[in-house]
Write a protein that binds this ligand. Structure first.
Ligand code: HEM
Ligand code: PLO
Length: 479
């Protein structure tokens, strides 16, 4: 049901010509915390001006439902931003592209290609399990020394996505893998550093260190991907796509199935490259960040770790590897994953949305073109929906019989027309990585080391700071 009609105008922060509300937004807090704090003063729905751009911030569940679901189509646009425009060759991707019939077709195409290459097949499971094996070897090789799991986890996740997107698997010291991880990190660092540039696009006429670095990373990415595209075009077999790149190339060609052909309409080489690059980037950053947050919380909560391992021992044992079909029987592990995604959402403020037509939120008129920021952090930490929201308590996602429950205020992948296209892929990966790791080893705080920082650092995703763990191998065979 719609929330009651609001009386009076929507609360708005003070604003000046040109600067808008920026002088009032200069807190020493990351955006999701600042927006949450402002909601205590202005209420859950308020607005401000980012320079000239009128922007509405959503901090409560009924309004989130209106914007993403009930009137999802009204709010499925994306604003123009200098950095993402560079990254995507003018919006030839999925995530940062504004709404258009072409975008819609391409989004559907990506979705169906994922089904081909992962969900529902054994392929993804095999790819993940082989990456997990090398990750386990690498972590267990630390032989009693404290290690930062970050680089090894990123490498493993990068390898999975490289296999899915362009069938490359890399050894630990492969220079191409290092190059891929390097440019990706560079983009992650700069894409959110465009703050002011994205508000005042005319600033790009001035030299900018951020834009210089971003351009450099993009050119490394483009060289690598263009080579992959040429190789794929030369070696691909009709009707037998090996990976996402093959599936996209196939959709470009007039043969293909009728539906795939229609969806592939207007799919230029630029689109193929941008979609592949984005799947790759999204696949790596989100999954590795989530895994590291969960490891950090498990080190803080050894009793949770033990309970996951007890469940694994009972359901799977230690004599064989975990597989996708074990997932329905491991509800506690799923609840730990969910609690990780709740307490530290990868994207605490979703990618900005824009109103594609005149619409309304909470009974307030919203003009076409308005920017809408969905503060998912506020929803995931709202004491109205969560008891002690700042505590890590996986049991929230289980009922008193130990069966899964998913509260409506849990939306780590967003919802509606712009919902994440990688959710089931991500969930399968998270499951296979976490279960295999915890089946084979435990993670402890090294003697004398500080516990992992849980505040993290915000960029385009909310990442944990590097931390060290002690890896303790568990016995093979039955417990
Ligand atoms: C969009 C979360 C993994 C591809 C999004 C959005 C969120 C999200 C919150 C934005 C929704 C919005 O703007 O309203 C996550 C989380 C992940 C994850 C928490 C893992 C833990 C992945 C993976 C892929 C992926 C593995 C691809 C392989 C995308 C794409 C979009 C997107 C392409 C843009 C959709 C659009 O704008 O239409 N994701 N994601 N994500 N995600 Fe994910
Ligand atoms: C990560 C760095 C890559 O080089 C480019 C890239 C593409 C897609 C982005 C991703 C980055 C960060 C996480 C994003 C994803 C699209 C959806 C996902 C923003 C910038 C989330 C969590 O919303």
């Amino acid at each position: 049901p719609d929330p009651p009609q609001q009386q009076g105008p929507m609360p708005c922060l003070p604003h000046l010509p040109l600067l808008g509300s920026l002088p009032w937004l200069r807190a020493h807090l990351p955006p999701h915390l600042l927006f949450t704090q402002l909601s205590h003063r202005y209420g859950p729905l308020y607005s401000f001006y980012l320079g000239p751009h009128y922007t509405v911030v959503i901090n409560s569940l009924p309004h989130v439902k209106e914007v993403l679901l009930q009137r999802g189509k009204d709010f499925a646009g994306r604003p123009f931003m200098v950095t993402t425009d560079l990254l995507t060759r003018g919006g030839k991707d999925i995530a940062f592209s504004d709404f258009s019939p072409l975008w819609k077709r391409h989004r559907r195409l990506v979705h169906s290609s994922f089904t081909l290459f992962g969900e529902g097949t054994h392929k993804l499971q095999d790819i993940v399990l082989s990456a997990v094996d090398s990750l386990c070897d690498e972590l267990q090789g630390s032989s009693g020394a404290a290690v930062d799991p970050g680089p090894a986890v990123s490498r493993a996740v990068t390898n999975v996505v490289c296999t899915l997107v362009f069938s490359s698997t890399y050894g630990r010291h492969d220079p191409e893998l290092a190059q891929v991880m390097d440019y990706n990190n560079g983009i992650v660092e700069t894409i959110a550093g465009g703050g002011l540039l994205d508000i005042y696009p005319w600033l790009k006429v001035f030299p900018s260190e951020v834009l210089r670095k971003l351009r450099e990373c993009i050119s490394v990415r483009d060289r690598l991907l263009t080579r992959k595209l040429e190789e794929h075009k030369a070696s691909m077999m009709e009707g037998a796509p090996r990976d996402l790149l093959d599936a996209l190339i196939q959709a470009q060609r007039p043969q293909g199935q009728r539906s795939a052909q229609q969806e592939g309409e207007g799919l230029t080489d630029d689109h193929v490259l941008m979609i592949a690059a984005e799947t790759f980037g999204a696949g790596v950053e989100t999954t590795s960040t989530t895994l590291l947050w969960i490891l950090a919380y498990l080190v803080h909560h050894p009793q949770v770790q033990e309970r996951v391992q007890k469940e694994l021992d009972e359901v799977v044992g230690r004599g064989r590897g975990v597989c996708v079909s074990d997932r329905p029987h491991l509800p506690y592990l799923d609840s730990v994953t969910n609690e990780g995604l709740r307490i530290r959402p990868v994207s605490p403020v979703l990618i900005p949305h824009t109103a594609l037509r005149d619409s309304s939120i909470g009974g307030h008129f919203i003009k076409c073109g308005t920017r809408v920021l969905v503060n998912m952090w506020a929803i995931h930490h709202d004491p109205k929906h969560w008891e002690q929201p700042d505590l890590f308590k996986p049991e929230r996602f289980l009922d008193d019989k130990g069966c899964r429950v998913t509260p409506p205020s849990f939306l780590p992948f967003g919802a509606g027309p712009r919902v994440c296209v990688g959710e089931s892929l991500a969930r399968m990966e998270l499951f296979l990585f976490l279960s295999s790791l915890l089946q084979r080893m435990s993670f402890r705080l090294p003697d004398g080391a500080p516990p992992p920082d849980l505040q993290g650092r915000v960029g385009v995703v909310l990442q944990p700071l590097p931390f060290k763990v002690l890896v303790i191998p568990r016995e093979k065979g039955q417990p």
